[in-house]
Design a binder for this molecule. Structure first.
Ligand code: FES
Ligand code: MG
Length: 575
């Protein structure tokens, strides 16, 4: 049980030397907010609110947080909300990825600095959930995740639309001249019509599934739509559960372990999740000294089928997955592949939770093991002379005809170069070529989601819809295509991608898990002798900190000073 002298409002009272005076002063300021004296003796549950006018996905958080508060109060604790950085994916410049670590630092420091016994992390949009988990793991205080839930689908002339896979499909049809500018404008108004996160298995949905699979969120809560009453009920239950976690002092390092991280990887593969989620999971695990290697991904990928038939790999939307039984229906199908003895925020083991999950599920949406959407995991790590530390391809969302492909490189040196020349009628490019974009990695430009390189306009008009594309960038979880991403090391720090020239031959082999630049060693050495980095040098502020300390994709793009080498190191900083 909590000892009120050290917990609740009285945590960390050292300000004035005189503890009793500090306590008296803090109580009097707390009472200025209208609290009664009795309330201030309860355990305190902080609620990290990541709402912002620049975050469409989180616009329903006021109602959601009221429900969390109800749960906390009903369980006998005091709920106190506090704001954190908010990252609304479409509105952050230059990339939201650049600020994920900033948000994680904000969450970590504010959870530690303010007097709370536990925290409810309320997030949703792509970077917010990983940032909150990273921060909470480092802070080491009891914590539970709540997500905002996915949007409902919209309609255009009878067709269901979900942000943002359908945004991309219609945009590429528009670029190809199949639909008019009036039509694309009408579609614009119907792609995202409710509060909540993108309606497909994009990064936000994948991270919600990972948060549940890893044990940090209530079972069955990842998929509930943002506007559904069950979402509010889950919020209330989350508030109650936060109080239990705080009273028992169950810290996140008891829940997030090597085994639960493997469970999360299995789920990432089985749901056909976003490539970004691998970076985030690596960063989350890294806060506890747990390594997520690309080799481990490939090992688990071999026998984990994609079972969830959602866009962008399949046909349905998040609201359908929820109606089909949600994540427990998926986990039950791969039960034999999971570590069932992992603890969850409920205080029970994953296996016990799955035993109690409803047995019914819609097999159109959550396929049976015997009838998967895709045999073998949806993601595959590639190695080779072009990516000595690895690269990633989402095979489940790619064109199988391009899996074994050799072609001529068409190189774009920077994002600006690509924007300038991609649609030029003079661009020397054929459908069999391989599009290369570089200087879009973590250090060069905070890794934008530019890896989904548009098909050059003249080829799009000729009906080409997919090509092999390679970059050190990321790709949106809602995108699809034969796209090789996260090439590591990135070009800006002298990775081989920096030395590809127009006309070089590149070979992709998914079956051999390789991506190779077919240039001989002597020629490569000659090119490498003239390396000039395109990494911009920021002189001040957060951009300086980011550039100096960001790690490569294989280490989750976390900052070097935030990762832990081991569980023991984590324990020593979080106590
Ligand atoms: Fe927030 Fe897609 S924009 S989840
Ligand atoms: Mg996204």
């Amino acid at each position: 049980m909590l000892d009120n002298k050290q917990r609740g409002l009285y945590r960390g009272l050292t300000h004035y030397g005189d503890i009793e005076f500090s306590r008296y002063l803090r109580r009097s300021f707390a009472r200025s907010m209208g609290y009664s004296g009795d309330e201030l003796d309860r355990p305190i549950i902080g609620i990290a609110d990541s709402r912002s006018g620049f975050n469409n996905c989180h616009r329903h958080f006021p109602e959601l947080i009221e429900a969390v508060k109800r749960g906390v109060l009903a369980a006998g604790a005091l709920p106190i909300t506090f704001p954190t950085v908010s990252l609304g994916e479409p509105f952050i410049y230059p990339t939201s990825m650049m600020f994920r670590n900033l948000m994680s630092m904000d969450v970590e420091e504010m959870v530690r600095a303010q007097p709370m016994d536990g925290v409810v992390l309320v997030g949703g949009c792509d970077k917010t959930v990983p940032a909150q988990l990273m921060g909470a793991l480092s802070a080491g205080r009891p914590a539970i995740q709540l997500v905002g839930g996915p949007m409902m689908t919209g309609r255009y002339m009878g067709e269901r639309l979900g942000a943002c896979t359908d945004c991309r499909r219609h945009w590429s049809n528009f670029r190809g001249g199949d639909i008019s500018s009036e039509q694309i404008e009408e579609i614009e108004g119907q792609l995202a019509t409710t509060a909540g996160t993108c309606a497909v298995m994009g990064t936000a949905s994948t991270m919600a599934c990972i948060a549940e699979a890893i044990g940090m969120m209530l079972p069955r809560s990842a998929t509930i739509p943002a506007v559904h009453a069950d979402r509010l009920r889950a919020a209330e239950a989350t508030g109650r559960q936060a109080v239990w976690l705080a009273r028992q002092n169950v810290t996140p390092d008891r829940i997030v372990t090597q085994k639960s991280v493997e469970n999360a990887l299995r789920v990432l593969l089985a749901v056909g999740g976003s490539t970004n989620a691998l970076i985030h999971l690596t960063a989350i695990a890294g806060r506890l000294g747990i390594t997520v290697s690309l080799d481990l991904l490939n090992k688990l990928s071999k026998d984990t089928p994609v079972l969830v038939n959602l866009k962008p790999t399949g046909t349905h939307y998040m609201e359908d997955l929820n109606a089909a039984g949600g994540l427990p229906a998926v986990m039950r199908e791969i039960r034999d592949l999971l570590h069932l003895d992992c603890l969850t925020v409920t205080g029970r083991k994953l296996g016990e939770e799955l035993d109690d999950a409803q047995l019914w599920s819609d097999t159109n949406v959550v396929r049976r093991r015997a009838d998967p959407v895709y045999e073998g995991g949806g993601l595959r790590a590639l190695y080779g002379s072009l990516a000595p530390q690895g690269a990633l391809i989402k095979v489940a969302a790619a064109d199988e005809r391009l899996f074994e492909h050799e072609g001529r490189a068409v190189v774009f040196d920077t994002l600006e170069d690509m924007a300038d020349r991609l649609d030029s009628p003079d661009l020397d490019v054929n459908a069999d070529d391989i599009l290369v974009l570089r200087n879009a990695g973590p250090k060069a430009s905070a890794m934008p989601e530019a890896g989904y390189i548009p098909i050059p306009s003249k080829l799009a008009h000729a009906g080409v819809r997919d090509m092999v594309r390679i970059s050190d960038a990321r790709m949106s979880g809602t995108a699809y295509g034969t796209v090789v991403l996260h090439v590591t090391p990135e070009a800006a720090i002298g990775g081989p991608l920096a030395f590809v020239q127009n006309g070089d031959r590149i070979r992709l082999s998914v079956s051999r898990q390789r991506i190779d630049l077919l240039v001989d060693a002597v020629e490569m050495a000659r090119r490498m002798a003239n390396f000039e980095s395109k990494e911009p040098m920021s002189l001040r502020g957060y951009a300086w900190l980011y550039q100096k300390h960001v790690l490569q994709a294989d280490q989750g793009c976390d900052f070097d000073f935030l990762r832990c080498e081991s569980h023991d190191e984590h324990r020593s900083i979080s106590t």
